[in-house]
Design a binder for this molecule. Structure first.
Ligand SMILES: [Zn+2]
Ligand SMILES: [Zn+2]
Length: 104
């Protein structure tokens, strides 16, 4: 049993001073500690994108987005070349162009 303790009188306390506009690094760090981490580079960001990444557009991040569905799972390519999950077309490897084409 958890008896409900009625709140009688609110304790009197002074209003907190407004935060200074310039945050210290420690304050920023503390705020960032609550942020989710980019699963690729570990950078903490306020919001991850659909792939669970930060907003960087470096090659590894772009590669990851190209090889994963929006939930962050790797694409599952069907033999037809489309992802079973999100339906996008498998990007063609530039090397494929060097292969002899059938029935040409
Ligand atoms: Zn990242
Ligand atoms: Zn997919």
């Amino acid at each position: 049993m958890h008896p409900i303790i009625p709140i009688t009188a609110a304790p009197s306390h002074k209003p907190e001073p407004l935060p200074t506009p310039v945050e210290t690094l420690a304050q920023i760090d503390r705020a960032h500690a609550r942020y989710p981490k980019c699963k690729l580079c570990g950078q903490r960001v306020r919001r991850l994108d659909q792939y669970g990444l930060c907003s960087k557009v470096s090659q590894p991040h772009e590669d990851y987005r190209a090889t994963h569905c929006r939930g962050g799972r790797p694409h599952r390519w069907e033999p037809s070349g489309y992802c079973q999950d999100c339906g996008i077309r498998e990007p063609l490897d530039p090397d494929d162009e060097l292969l002899p084409t059938e029935g040409a």
